[in-house]
Design a protein around this ligand. Structure first.
Ligand code: HEM
Length: 422
């Protein structure tokens, strides 16, 4: 059963981006609608998406232009995260459990973000580069053997998750036997709107189950590290103090959910989309391989722009304000559509073309500059760099079958994508 929304204070825009059917369209088709919204003056007002949770939301403003996404992301005093970051109406406490400090504002946000910042400094990331390089080799060893034995392999379902799952698990200190459990829970959490994972009726209990699995792994690991400290992020977290107190089990569980979800499904999806795009554009693959080390960093930026694994995040206005000449009332929700910002024709030349030579490439795939901008971007880029080095040099000639997409307004995901040796 869905819950009816209260009456809207103003008419809704004629283009409906709230209906689940809209999100069944492919990314390119959806952008025809976003392009129409980008071309209009001001922002557009839309109905709340169907929700299983009771709520008092009357609608949301769609922020579709690159420059407006930047404005909202930068001005966290005017557009806060603590009232929720999801387009779908959802109780703030569930959002907190799902996204932890992503749904906080400075200064509280800064205190928690700082805790894991230590693990994401360029120096720390360089230290784990060897481990990422080794993982890339091992994963592609397995993939090559599987392709040679079976001819066709489902890259999206079986391989794309391996690199991020190993990297983030090693970093936190998750035991190898728990890695799959985390990756399964995260995929199922991110794909919650897809009927394959849960029907609308099942969605609330389904979300809670996946959250409990992730939080459970976090708190068990925390208990183990309190007893027996190691050189990993979880040991840092259990020993850290925020505002003079050690983190509670609930906070540690939420940390686990944030890192597990932010670090896994995003990079995984970027790798499936990028592999398909490079196979579709052999001339770009050849250009990249001709001077891989010099060209891969720019290419990875295009992988992220092209794939835009995270479709949106939301903010709420803290006072009456204005965006692009449209008045926004205090308390109203604005949704930042990164999928649209990354196809904004005023910023990107031929935005619908995959082009790894694109420069500059100021995409908003990792979010726009601001306090919440992706903490794991350097790590994600390093994972993609090493994974694609192995994939392209050792599998120069593969074909890719038709991808099957996740039905979601939050993740631009591929569920299945067969690849074969030519
Ligand atoms: C291609 C891969 C990735 C993409 C597309 C991506 C995208 C994003 C986006 C859009 C945001 C929100 C930005 C905002 O609200 O302004 C974000 C935040 C975040 N990301 Fe990533 N991400 C990726 C990889 C990673 C990885 C590997 C990690 C490692 C754990 C990570 C950790 C985080 C964290 C902790 C935040 C919250 C930051 C905050 O609220 O202060 N991300 N990411």
């Amino acid at each position: 059963m869905t819950v009816d929304a209260p009456t809207s204070p103003r008419p809704f825009h004629r283009l409906d981006i709230s209906a689940p059917e809209f999100w069944k369209n492919d990314f390119r088709t959806r952008d025809d609608t976003f392009a129409a919204l980008r071309a209009e003056d001001g922002l557009s007002w839309h109905p709340p998406t169907p929700s299983i949770f009771p709520h008092a939301e009357t609608g949301f403003w769609a922020v579709t232009r690159h420059s407006d996404i930047q404005h909202v992301s930068r001005n966290h005093e005017l557009f806060c995260s603590s009232q929720g970051v999801s387009m779908d109406p959802m109780p703030a406490e569930i959002q907190r459990a799902m996204t932890f400090f992503l749904a906080m504002d400075p200064p509280e946000h800064t205190r928690y973000r700082r805790l894991i910042n230590i693990a994401f400094t360029p120096r720390q990331i360089r230290l784990i580069e060897d481990q990422i390089r080794t993982s890339a080799r091992e994963i592609v060893d397995e993939l090559v053997a599987d392709l040679e034995a079976n001819g066709t392999v489902d890259f999206a379902a079986e391989y794309s998750r391996k690199m991020p799952m190993r990297t983030i698990s090693d970093m936190i200190g998750v035991a190898p036997e728990d890695r799959e459990k985390i990756a399964d829970a995260v995929e199922s959490l991110f794909g919650a709107s897809d009927e394959e994972y849960s029907s609308l009726e099942e969605r609330a209990p389904h979300l809670m189950t996946q959250l409990a699995i992730l939080a459970g792994v976090g708190t068990e690991l925390a208990a183990a590290r309190r007893e027996d400290p190691r050189d990993d992020l979880m040991t840092n977290i259990v020993n850290a103090e925020v505002d003079g107190h050690r983190l509670t089990d609930e906070e540690i569980g939420a940390f686990m959910v944030l890192l597990g979800s932010a670090g896994n499904d995003t990079t995984k999806q970027a790798s499936s989309h990028a592999l398909a795009a490079l196979v579709d554009h052999p001339e770009q693959r050849d250009w990249l391989l001709a001077d891989f080390d010099a060209r891969i960093d720019g290419a990875v930026e295009e992988f992220v722009r092209w794939s835009t694994p995270v479709i949106h995040f939301a903010r709420h206005a803290t006072e009456d304000t204005e965006v692009a000449g449209t008045r926004i009332d205090a308390g109203e929700k604005v949704v930042l559509f990164y999928c649209s910002g990354n196809r904004d024709e005023s910023v990107f030349h031929r935005p619908h073309e995959f082009d790894i030579t694109r420069t500059p490439n100021p995409h908003v795939g990792f979010g726009a500059p601001g306090p919440h901008s992706c903490l794991g971007r350097q790590l994600a880029k390093m994972e993609l760099r090493h994974l694609f080095h192995e994939l392209l040099t050792r599998l120069p000639d593969i074909s890719v079958g038709e991808p099957e997409y996740v039905h979601s307004d939050f993740v631009h995901g591929i569920k299945r994508m067969p690849i074969s040796l030519r």
